[in-house]
Design a protein around this ligand. Structure first.
Ligand code: HC1
Ligand code: SF4
Length: 581
């Protein structure tokens, strides 16, 4: 260990600790901009590029970036001297001199770290900016994400997420001086890069350089159109995070308030993606049992493990990286897409309307869902099954735009039939939840016996790669779970090489699963927030009267009235898909 003094307080830290972290141990918060720590992932972004975190170290001529300077024995550090404060202001003025000044209309306004820092440091003017150079790049629009790289401040947080955590490698630093930005290779558009639209780069971007494509105006127009019936579906993870946008504590469940707000905004039907998550379990669980039975009967052609396929970022990732394994994932569509397909067939029939008269909107914690709903295989004669996907953040915007006092809303309940769901569906929102939901149903269908216990705690947690063996009445079923695409890559490489021996694997692209999605309220990599959301998800499950998908009465009715049985020809046509390289 080493002993040092920071702001007249003594501290002892392990060798190698940075000044920034030692100060934090003392409760001293040094401002940072480019620095980012992802606690549970063991990943740190510290290019020491912005220089906002400089401190004065006695005996040294230059100020030191505290995020990247290691503590030394006997060091005397001052974190807020006049010299330090002046330096931080100068650094900020320099960054702002090469930054567009359209804060009032910037999509990041109000939740921008750069803006917050300018406020914190009391920046009132930017001296000499008329002589400063400005980078000039065109905006890059993809189905999910907009890149406005004139706003890039080279903090490289997005690069760390994309390359280290997700191992996608879509983003890296290009050019020099004022033109230095983070971009896809050869500065091509994101759409031409290997980007999966997971949105983790957007979730950590401190400025308006990376933002989601906003569909709220289109949704408002659809609601106002008297010729359209507008349905909304809400993803499992949204209810566990939306409250944060209204100042509520992370982990506050706002299911009832969310439904009430959606009704007030004017949606004709407020339904739940969770209904379709139950449906997914019926199809995916049946597919798992079908593959398993064939395997046990000696069928050499059967593909095991089965991989979950509800996460579109993950689907994009394996379509890019595991082209030899495209027949391994379940062919089940995601709940978002199953919902759209059922809404525009079964429910449209019930209403006596044509599919074109319905508009289906989804509220998702995810940005890849925007891309997913535009994929050609999810259209009928050019009409999308899901017309618009908006993020949790966009829903919060809508609620604010409609001037709704969210905190005071009385709880309301989803409409039926597509709003009924079980606890198994809710847990889709957290890593491990999809496979736990599948196990709850597959166990009972396979063994013909009721589950001795519903909670499979061995499948829960935040470990990046997890495994567990579940006893199906004498038959051991090996389950694997990975969240974050870097972990998924490792797990899949082990499967490909034959090192891993699983029957079923759940993969979610975002750390923590959907609760940590790129469309959620920004959590800046704070794992306490992710954990609080996760607890909320399991609390909602525990409080549900029905907790197994096959016991959802409206799912039972959907099969009786419309689909026949799981994996029937009709179910196959409406609820299953295929993958492309
Ligand atoms: Fe998810 Fe899913 S759980 S993918 O994480 O399978 O986004 O919440 O809606 O479709 O249900 C997301 C969440 C979501 C789908 C479901
Ligand atoms: Fe990388 Fe995901 Fe961002 Fe695409 S969306 S650039 S894959 S982090």
């Amino acid at each position: 260990t080493v002993k040092l003094t920071i702001d007249n307080k003594q501290v002892e830290v392990p060798k190698g600790t940075t000044i920034y972290k030692a100060a934090r141990k003392l409760g001293i918060d040094i401002p940072v901009l480019c620095y980012m720590e992802l606690h549970d992932l063991g990943v740190e972004n510290k290019p020491a590029g912005c220089r906002i975190c400089v401190v004065e170290v006695e005996g040294r001529r230059n100020l030191a970036p505290s995020c990247a300077t290691e503590c030394a024995e006997g060091m005397v550090v001052k974190t807020h001297t006049t010299r330090v404060i002046n330096a931080r202001r100068t650094v900020m003025e320099l960054i702002l001199s090469d930054h567009p000044k359209d804060c009032l209309t910037c999509p990041k306004s109000g939740r921008c770290d750069l803006q917050d820092m300018a406020i914190k440091l009391g920046i009132r003017e930017i001296p000499g900016q008329e002589y400063a150079e400005m980078s000039t790049y065109k905006k890059d629009f993809s189905p999910s994400i907009i890149r406005d790289v004139d706003k890039c401040i080279m903090c490289r947080r997005c690069e760390t997420m994309c390359n280290e955590v997700q191992t996608v490698g879509a983003l890296s630093a290009v050019n020099r001086g004022f033109m230095a930005v983070v971009a896809p290779a050869f500065e091509q558009d994101l759409e031409k890069s290997p980007c999966t639209y997971c949105g983790q780069c957007v979730a950590v971007c401190p400025t308006g350089a990376l933002t989601e494509v906003d569909h709220t105006t289109k949704v408002i127009r659809a609601i106002a159109d008297p010729t359209k019936t507008v349905l909304v579906q809400t993803a499992p993870a949204v209810r566990a995070a939306l409250g944060e946008e209204f100042g509520m504590k992370p982990g506050t469940l706002v299911t009832g308030k969310m439904v009430a707000a959606l009704r007030q905004i004017g949606f004709d039907y407020v339904f739940d993606t969770d209904f379709a998550a139950d449906l997914t379990i019926m199809e995916e669980g049946t597919e798992l049992l079908d593959r398993l039975t064939r395997f046990l009967n000696g069928d050499k052609n059967v593909k095991l493990p089965i991989l979950t396929s509800c996460c579109p970022g993950w689907v994009n990732f394996f379509e890019h990286n595991f082209t030899d394994m495209l027949d391994v994932p379940s062919s089940a569509k995601s709940p978002q897409q199953m919902f759209g397909a059922i809404a525009k067939s079964y429910f449209a029939e019930k209403l006596g309307k044509k599919r074109e008269e319905l508009v289906v909107v989804s509220v998702m914690p995810c940005l890849a869902k925007k891309y997913e709903c535009q994929r050609d295989e999810f259209k009928v004669d050019g009409n999308q099954d899901v017309d618009f996907s908006i993020s949790t953040r966009e829903l919060a915007h809508l609620i604010k735009e409609f001037n709704i006092n969210f905190e005071e809303l009385p709880d309301d309940d989803f409409d039926r039939p597509l709003g009924e769901s079980t606890g198994a569906a809710v847990i889709f929102g957290a890593t491990g939840g999809v496979i736990e939901a599948a196990v709850r149903t597959a166990y009972e269908v396979y063994t013909g016996k009721p589950l001795p216990k519903i909670d499979f705690t061995e499948l829960r947690g935040m470990e990046g790669i997890r495994s567990a063996t579940i006893d199906f009445n004498g038959l051991p079923i090996n389950i694997g779970i990975a969240h974050g695409l870097g972990n998924a890559r490792k797990l899949l490489e082990d499967v490909r090489s034959g090192k891993a021996n699983y029957h079923a694997i759940e993969v979610m692209a975002c750390p923590g699963g959907c609760i940590g999605g790129g469309g959620q309220p920004l959590h800046h990599g704070n794992s306490a927030i992710i954990k609080a959301r996760m607890e909320a998800i399991y609390r909602e499950d525990a409080g549900k009267p029905i907790r197994k998908s096959h016991e959802n009465p409206y799912i039972v009715k959907l099969y009786e009235e419309f689909l026949g049985k799981p994996m029937s020809e009709k179910a196959h046509h409406l609820l299953h898909t295929h993958y492309f390289s």
